[in-house]
Unconditional design. Structure first.
Length: 378
């Protein structure tokens, strides 16, 4: 697959004083993850060290491992995590040892063009840390942090502003899901698609993000909510999250969605897969004047085509969605309130809890379309 560039080099060295920890290391693109002991330095200026409580296994990690997203290797993948601060570097006053934190894999700089436009999810420097060595293998080779986070490990070191306080009342292990799947799914509905009460929503792909999208649609008062997946076995998951209908993907999916939505099509379709065919199906399922939002990350070879006439005729909006168009500092307290009120169920999204050595099998399960979110629990 043609890679997507997600970062830029940075000249900062990492400090000495390593501690040996266990991590799942990607030795090369398209290689199998290897459980290794690595040397993790103490936090430098502006950094914090975090002992992980849990890490979610996301499809983006699979995209990093197979080269769809560019990541220097060898690397420790994993970007959806939560844990406890164990040490802070020089100049850090925002955190102290013992603080529970959820990691933000795309921390904004606050100064670039996009940040000044109040679009921190597009920050030009959010991925800079992924191109900087942060640790060493046992034989002395530089290791890079996947999506600047490297949470497929017992501990990690990140920029202090990438560690956000876990809101009160949110279990630490499940808080890991807030770092990617839940923010992305919530934002896809509330920010990117701007779903209004009573609107119909079709969700393509019932993985971790898709389940978060369904829950967010339910919270927004949408209906009907139609979930679409290739696996019939995901129906129960989808309905528990709030789907009113479930369809196994087929050539007539758009037609069936129109039938479920008064013959018009869904007001909003959210694509969580990143495949050309699925994007096209989501577009075809959307009513005239509706909104199609693409959350899934696909490769450059996934080409979607539209005729000039249909773009005019249908008047639909097609938009991308990065990290749910979220500002985590703004949105995490809102999500926490939904969790405390019982409207948002994090534990219900988790279909399997594993150790570090179970990540390769979790990748295989994602490829096969099985399950919701797999959680690595330390």
């Amino acid at each position: 697959m043609a890679p997507v560039d997600i970062g830029r080099p940075d000249e900062r060295p990492y400090p000495e004083g390593e501690t040996v920890i266990r991590a799942a290391v990607l030795p090369a693109v398209n290689a199998t993850l290897e459980l290794q002991e690595i040397d993790l330095p103490q936090p430098g200026p502006g950094q914090v060290r975090v002992r992980l409580a849990a890490a979610g296994v996301c499809h983006s990690d699979l995209s990093l491992s197979n080269g769809t997203l560019r990541q220097p290797v060898p690397a420790v993948l994993g970007h959806e995590g939560a844990g406890t601060v164990t040490a802070v570097g020089g100049g850090v006053t925002s955190h102290a040892p013992g603080d529970p934190v959820v990691l933000n894999w795309a921390p904004s700089c606050g100064d670039c063009h996009y940040c000044t436009l109040a679009e921190p999810w597009l920050c030009a420097h959010a991925m800079a840390g992924a191109a900087v060595p942060y640790a060493r293998t046992a034989d002395g080779r530089d290791l890079y942090p996947g999506l600047s986070s490297a949470v497929f490990a017992e501990e990690t070191v990140v920029a202090a502003h990438a560690a956000l306080p876990v809101p009160d009342g949110v279990p630490l292990a499940e808080a890991a899901l807030l770092g990617c799947a839940v923010l992305t799914g919530y934002g896809a509905i509330h920010h990117a698609s701007r779903v209004r009460e009573g609107e119909s929503v079709a969700v393509f792909g019932v993985g971790g993000v898709g389940l978060a999208v369904i829950q967010a649609a339910r919270i927004a008062g949408a209906g009907p909510i139609v979930a679409v997946d290739v696996a019939q076995g995901k129906e129960e998951l989808a309905r528990k999250a709030g789907a009113t209908d479930f369809l196994v993907a087929a050539s007539d999916t758009a037609k069936r969605i129109r039938k479920l939505t008064g013959g018009h099509g869904a007001d909003v379709a959210v694509e969580c897969v990143g495949r050309a065919g699925t994007i096209r199906a989501a577009w075809d399922s959307t009513r005239r004047g509706g909104r199609t939002t693409v959350v899934g990350i696909g490769g450059k070879e996934e080409q979607v085509s539209f005729s000039a006439l249909e773009i005019f005729h249908f008047g639909r909006t097609l938009s991308g969605c990065v990290y749910g168009n979220c500002d985590p500092a703004r949105d995490l307290p809102v999500l926490a309130e939904h969790i405390r009120a019982g409207r948002l169920d994090l534990a219900g999204m988790v279909t399997e809890r594993i150790g570090l050595d179970g990540i390769p099998a979790a990748f295989d399960a994602m490829l096969a379309g099985r399950g919701g979110r797999t959680l690595v629990v330390f």
